[in-house]
Design a protein around this ligand. Sequence first.
Ligand code: IMP
Ligand code: MG
Length: 175
Amino acid sequence: MEKHHVEVLISEEQVDKKIQEIGDMISRDYAGKEIHLVCVLKGGTFFMCELAKRITVPVTLDFMSVSSYGGDTKSSGVVKIVKDLDEPLQGKDVLVVEDIVDSGRTLSYLLEMLRDRKPASLKLCTLLDKPDRRVIDVDVDYTAFQIPDKFVVGYGLDYDQRYRNLPYIGTVEFD
Ligand code: IMP
Ligand code: MG
């Protein structure tokens, strides 16, 4: 691993405050309904747990894991389901929880696939959004933070599987 260090971009307090705001917004928007949260492993887990704790309407949870086809590390946009959801989505108000929307390739494919399962509604909530990097348009319903085109870690996001557990969001700086 190349020599590097991590610099704080968004502090733990800022992230916590924003997640509370989004939780409040979601609770208002879904008043009288039940939300089925779909977490995309592994990056979405930290955000999903913190968000779910702050939502006041009834919540159920499910998880899925996807990987891009092909050897290239850049996502090809064709995703393979590594672990599928346990429950059907039909008739449910589904909210997909993601760590970051980057090119948008993975999510546009994933959302289309989930829409085929006939949920009552399908929305997307992301912790981070890098709008400058978008290749495929994705409708994001809830965004905690828009960030510049920098590689970030923490709060579920990794650099070679490290740093997911950082309680803040940091940038990886190469020394
Ligand atoms: P895309 O939107 O299909 O390009 O892929 C998004 C995925 O790439 C995310 O779910 C992350 O797993 C990963 N990713 C994109 N940007 C970053 C970053 O800055 N740090 C860590 N992972 C990232
Ligand atoms: Mg991801």
